[in-house]
Ligand binder design. Structure first.
Ligand code: SF4
Ligand code: SF4
Ligand code: SF4
Length: 856
C-alpha cells in the first residue's frame, strides 16, 4: 500500500480521521505490518505500551483493568470486542501512561504497527495530536459524568424497592417441592414474563427472587413493587413525559416484580397488559399535552397474585402455581427444621430436638396462612421453650385444631397398650383360641342343657351377663364387643376356609344399595327378634336363645361367603347396628391423624391391607372398609386394630375424649338409626308388660298368643310417639310465635333426625336398668347354675347377688343420671335455649318417670 493509499485508509477506516492530513502523512510511512495468531496476549494491562497498533483484520477482546474501571454495585464493566480499524494504546502513548487494558486476539489478526519511541516522537513533533485528543477526552469525560449522574439517580429511584437476595430456596422433598424447583429453574433460563400464583403466606416473592438470582441477569437490579400502593396514573412505573423517569427506565435490564397483582387498580391494568404484551409503555403526560411516543422496556416482568386477574393472565408467558402447605405436608418436617435453625441462629440458641409426635400433630393442621403461620408458630414456641427441652407438641400446639381438642392418645400414654393391641393376642389369638370354642360350647349347652335360666348357665351367661355387660361397656369402650364377637369369627373362619377350598374372588360390596337399605334391614330384623324374644320367652327358653345366636351367626357366615370382608357387620347385623349407635356415646375412639395420612402415606395399608412395611404389619386391611382418618363417628369401627397394626407411620390413635363428643361435632344423623333408637326405647316397655298392666290396672290375656302379639306390637310402637309429639309441639309453638309476632325472627326447630340423638343416654340407661335385675339378681348365681346345668347340686356354692334395695338404688340412680345426660346432650346437639327445647326436655322427664315406675 502506498503512503497516500494508507492515509486514505486511515481516514476512511479509523478514528484517526480527526487528525489533519499532514499528520497522517507523517504517520503512514512509519507503519509496519504485523500478524498475531489467535489467543495471544497482544497488550498486557498496566505495562508500558510497546507501540501503537491499528487493527487491519481479525477480532480481539479487550479486558479493562479493574484499576482503571469505575464499578457500580449492580454492574461490572463488560469485556469489549475490537474490530478492524480499532486503535490500540494511543491514549497511553499520548498521556505517557501504562496500558489500561489487556488485549487478547480471538482470531488471527493483522495490524499496522509503530513502535513506542517513533510514535512518541511524532506526538512531540505534532502538538495537534495531543490537542485533538484532549478535546476528545473532555467529551468522553462529560459523557461519563452524565452517565454517573444517571446511575446515581437510578440508584436513588430503585433503592426503596430493591430486593437484595432470595431469602431461602424451596424447602422440602415432596413431589410438589421438586416440581416448584424445576419450574423456578426453567423460568430463570428465559426472559419470559411469569405469573406466580398461590395462597397468602407461601413466599411467592421469594420464588420471584429465586428466578431472578438464578438467571444470567442476576447482576441487574430486581425490585418489588406492591400493586396496592401504586398511583393510579402509573407515574412511578412509567415516569413522566419531559420529567422524572420511572422505575421501568431505571431498571434497565433488571427484573420488575409486581406483588399483589390482584390489588392492581383497574385503571392501570391495560397499561400493564400492554407492557406484558409487547414490552412497551407510555410515560405519563399532563392532560393538556399530547401523549409522548411509547418507550420500550428491557425489564423482565414477574407478577405475583393470590387470585386470577383476567385482564393480565392471557399475556403472561409462564405461570407457576405455588402449592399450599396443606397439600405438601410431607415437607413440613424439613420446613420446621429450617425455621428452627434460622430462628435459633438468630437468637444464638441451641437447636431443640423435634419429636415425631410434634411433626405429626403439625401435619394434622391445615395452616391457612401457610409458611408465614408455620414460621410464627415455631418462633413463638422457641421463645417459650426452656433451654435444652425438646419441642413437644404441647409447646408448639396450644389451641389450634379444634377437632383435636380434648383428646388424649392412650397409645402414647400407655405404650404397653400399644404393644398389646398390636400383638397377635389382640384379637386374633384370643378369638380363635378362646372365643371360637367357647361359643360352640355355649350353643351346645343351650341346645342340650336344661331349658330355663335358673338351671342353664349358658342361658344365664347370655341374659344376665352379656346384656348388662355390653350395655355397661358402650360408654367406655364403644363397639369393642364386635372385636371379639363369635358370630363374626365364625363368619371369618368360614370365609377363609371356603376361599382355601374354592379359590375365587368374593363380590365387591354393593355400597350404594347397602347404604340405603342396610340400616332398615337391620332395624326390621331387630324388631322381629324383639317380638320373637317376647312372644316365645327366649329369656327362659335355652334352645330358642341358641337359635337366636345361630341366626345372627348364619347371617355373618352367609354374607362372608358372598362378599369381601365383613359386609354383614358393616350394614346388616342388628346387634352391630345397636352397637354402632351406642358406641357414639363412648369416651374412647379410634382415629388416624389426617395430616400424617395425607402427607406421608401413599399405600393406605390400613384400608387396603398389604405386606409388612416399616413398622406396619402384613394385614388384609380394615374389615369394615373404613378409613381411620375419615371416621366421623364410632359407628363403623369395630376396634379390631387392624389399621393400628398395618399403619407404617404411627398415624392411628386410640383417644380418650369427652363421652359422645362426636354427637355434637362431626356426627352425621341417620334416619334408620333414629328408628332403631326409638325401637330400643320401646323395648324397655315391652320387657315390662306385666308392670304396665299392674300400673294401669289392666288384665290383658297375655297367655293368648294373638293378644300378646297385638299388645307387644302396640307397645313396641307407641312410646316412640312421645319424643315425636314433643318435636311436633316445638314446631307448632314456633309457628304460633311467628303468627303472634310476625316481625320477630323465629328460629325453626332442628329436624327430629338430629334431635332424637339426645335421647341416646336415656335409652341406654333404661335398657341397662332393665337388665340390672338379671345382672345383679341372677348373674352372681353362676356357679350353682353351672352345677345345675350338668345335673349336679351346687346349692352350697358361693353366690354374689345384690340386695333388691341396692338394685333399685342403682336402677334409680342410672335413670336419674341418664335423663340428666339426655337433657344436656339435647342442648349440646341442638344448641338452642333451654326454654325453646322444653317440650323435648319434658318428654325426657316423662319417659324417665315411666321407666322409674316400671323398673325401679
Ligand atoms: S356387627 Fe354383629 S356379627 Fe359383626 S361383630 Fe358386631 S355383633 Fe358380631
Ligand atoms: S396406613 Fe397409616 S398413614 Fe396410611 S392412611 Fe392408613 S392410618 Fe394413615
Ligand atoms: S378403622 Fe381400624 S379398628 Fe376400626 S374397624 Fe377398621 S381396621 Fe378395625
Amino acid at each position: 500500500m502506498s503512503v497516500s493509499q494508507l492515509v486514505t485508509w486511515l481516514q476512511e477506516r479509523t478514528a484517526l480521521t480527526i487528525l489533519p492530513e499532514n499528520v497522517l502523512s507523517a504517520i503512514a510511512p512509519l507503519l509496519e505490518e504485523r500478524t498475531a495468531g489467535a489467543n495471544q496476549t497482544l497488550v498486557k494491562a498496566e505495562t508500558q505500551p510497546l507501540g501503537l497498533y491499528i487493527v487491519q483484520s481479525g477480532k480481539l477482546e479487550s479486558q479493562p483493568s479493574p484499576k482503571f474501571t469505575p464499578q457500580t454495585p449492580q454492574k461490572l464493566s463488560p469485556n469489549l470486542s475490537l474490530l478492524p480499524g480499532s486503535i490500540i494504546n494511543l491514549q497511553s502513548l499520548v498521556l505517557n501512561q501504562p496500558t489500561r487494558e489487556t488485549i487478547i486476539t480471538q482470531s488471527e489478526c493483522h495490524f499496522w504497527f509503530i513502535n513506542a519511541a517513533k510514535m512518541r516522537a511524532i506526538i512531540a513533533k505534532y502538538p495537534e495530536i495531543t490537542q485533538v485528543f484532549s478535546q476528545q477526552l473532555a467529551q468522553e469525560l462529560a459523557l461519563v459524568s452524565s452517565q454517573l449522574n444517571f446511575e446515581q439517580e437510578r440508584a436513588y429511584i430503585l433503592r426503596p424497592y430493591l430486593v437484595t437476595k432470595a431469602r431461602r430456596g424451596v424447602i422440602g422433598r415432596s413431589r410438589y417441592a421438586v416440581r416448584l424447583r424445576q419450574q423456578i429453574k426453567q423460568a430463570s433460563e428465559t426472559r419470559e414474563s411469569v405469573l406466580i400464583f398461590g395462597e397468602p403466606g407461601l413466599g411467592k416473592d421469594n420464588a420471584a427472587a429465586l428466578i431472578h438470582f438464578g438467571s444470567s441477569q442476576r447482576r441487574e437490579p430486581i425490585i418489588r413493587v406492591d400493586c396496592s400502593t401504586l398511583q393510579t396514573s402509573g407515574a412511578e412505573l412509567f415516569g413522566r413525559a419531559n420529567g422524572k423517569f420511572g422505575l421501568l427506565e431505571a431498571l434497565g435490564e433488571g427484573t420488575l416484580v409486581l406483588n399483589n397483582v390482584q390489588e392492581l387498580d383497574e385503571e392501570l391494568r391495560p397499561a400493564i397488559a400492554q407492557l406484558l404484551k409487547d414490552n412497551t409503555y407510555t410515560p405519563v403526560s399532563r392532560p393538556d399535552e399530547p401523549p409522548p411516543p411509547p418507550k420500550t422496556s428491557q425489564a423482565r416482568i414477574i407478577l405475583i397474585s393470590e387470585r386470577t386477574v383476567p385482564e393480565l393472565d392471557p399475556y403472561v408467558e409462564k405461570t407457576i402455581k405455588v402449592p399450599p402447605l396443606r397439600v405438601r405436608k410431607g415437607d413440613l418436617e424439613d420446613q420446621v427444621k429450617y425455621y428452627i435453625s434460622l430462628i435459633c441462629r438468630g437468637k444464638g440458641l441451641k437447636k431443640p430436638q423435634v419429636p415425631q409426635e410434634t411433626i405429626r400433630r403439625l401435619q394434622a393442621y391445615d395452616f391457612p396462612n401457610n409458611l408465614t403461620e408455620l414460621e410464627n408458630l415455631i418462633r413463638r414456641a422457641i421463645v417459650q421453650l426452656p433451654e435444652g427441652q425438646p419441642l413437644t407438641e404441647e409447646i408448639v400446639w396450644p389451641s389450634y385444631n379444634k377437632k383435636k381438642q380434648l383428646r388424649l392418645n392412650l397409645l402414647n400414654t400407655f405404650p404397653r397398650l400399644r404393644r398389646f393391641l398390636r400383638s397377635v393376642w389382640y384379637p386374633d389369638r384370643f378369638n380363635y383360641w378362646f372365643v371360637l370354642p367357647a361359643f360352640a360350647l355355649v350353643v351346645a349347652i343351650l341346645f342340650l342343657g336344661p331349658q330355663n335360666r335358673s338351671e342353664n348357665f349358658a342361658l344365664n351367661l347370655f341374659w344376665a351377663w352379656w346384656w348388662p355387660g355390653v350395655l355397661i361397656a358402650f360408654p367406655f369402650v364403644g363397639r369393642l364387643w364386635c372385636a371379639v364377637c363369635p358370630f363374626m369369627i365364625y363368619g371369618e373362619l368360614t370365609q377363609k376356609v371356603s376361599l382355601w377350598l374354592f379359590p375365587r374372588k368374593l363380590k365387591r360390596w354393593p355400597r350404594q344399595s347397602a347404604e340405603r337399605w342396610g340400616g332398615w334391614f337391620l332395624f326390621g330384623l331387630f324388631a322381629l327378634i324383639l317380638l320373637w324374644e317376647e312372644l316365645w320367652h327366649l329369656q327362659n327358653t335355652a334352645y330358642l336363645s341358641a337359635c337366636l345366636l345361630l341366626l345372627i351367626t348364619a347371617g355373618a357366615i352367609i354374607f362372608s361367603l358372598l362378599f369381601e370382608r365383613r359386609f354383614w357387620c358393616r350394614y346388616l347385623c342388628p346387634i352391630g347396628g345397636m352397637n354402632g349407635m351406642f358406641a357414639k356415646l363412648s369416651m374412647t375412639e379410634l382415629r388416624a391423624q389426617q395430616g400424617t395420612c395425607s402427607a406421608e402415606c401413599t399405600t393406605y395399608q390400613c384400608y387396603k391391607g398389604g405386606p409388612e412395611k416399616g413398622e406396619g404389619q402384613e394385614t388384609t386391611g380394615c374389615p369394615l372398609y373404613s378409613h381411620p382418618a375419615q371416621l366421623e363417628d364410632n359407628r363403623d369401627c369395630v376396634l379390631c386394630m387392624t389399621c393400628l397394626k398395618a399403619c407404617p407411620h404411627r398415624s392411628v390413635e386410640v383417644n380418650l375424649r369427652p363421652p359422645g363428643i362426636e354427637l355434637w361435632t362431626t356426627h352425621q344423623p341417620r334416619l334408620y338409626e333414629v328408628a332403631l333408637l326409638l325401637l330400643l326405647l320401646d323395648v324397655v316397655f315391652l320387657h315390662r308388660l306385666p308392670e304396665i298392666q299392674t300400673q294401669l290396672g289392666l288384665n290383658w290375656n297375655l297367655e293368648n298368643f294373638w293378644v300378646h302379639g297385638g299388645v307387644s306390637i302396640a307397645v313396641l310402637s307407641l312410646p316412640a310417639l312421645i319424643p315425636i309429639l314433643a318435636q311436633v309441639i316445638m314446631g307448632l309453638s314456633q309457628k304460633l310465635a311467628a303468627w303472634l309476632k310476625p316481625k320477630t325472627v323465629q328460629i325453626k326447630p332442628r329436624p327430629f333426625v338430629e334431635s332424637a340423638y339426645g335421647y341416646l343416654p336415656l335409652v341406654l340407661v333404661a335398657n341397662l336398668a332393665h337388665y340390672l335385675d338379671l345382672g345383679l339378681g341372677e348373674g352372681g348365681r353362676l356357679l350353682p347354675v353351672m352345677f345345675a346345668t350338668f345335673g349336679l347340686n351346687g346349692e352350697s356354692l358361693p353366690i354374689a347377688i345384690a340386695h333388691p334395695a341396692v338394685i333399685d338404688f342403682l336402677q334409680g340412680a342410672s335413670l336419674f343420671v341418664g335423663s340428666l345426660l339426655a337433657v344436656a346432650l339435647t342442648q349440646k346437639i341442638l344448641r338452642r335455649s333451654f326454654w325453646s327445647l322444653l317440650p323435648q326436655h319434658l318428654a325426657i322427664l316423662g319417659l324417665t318417670v315411666c321407666f322409674w315406675q316400671l323398673i325401679v
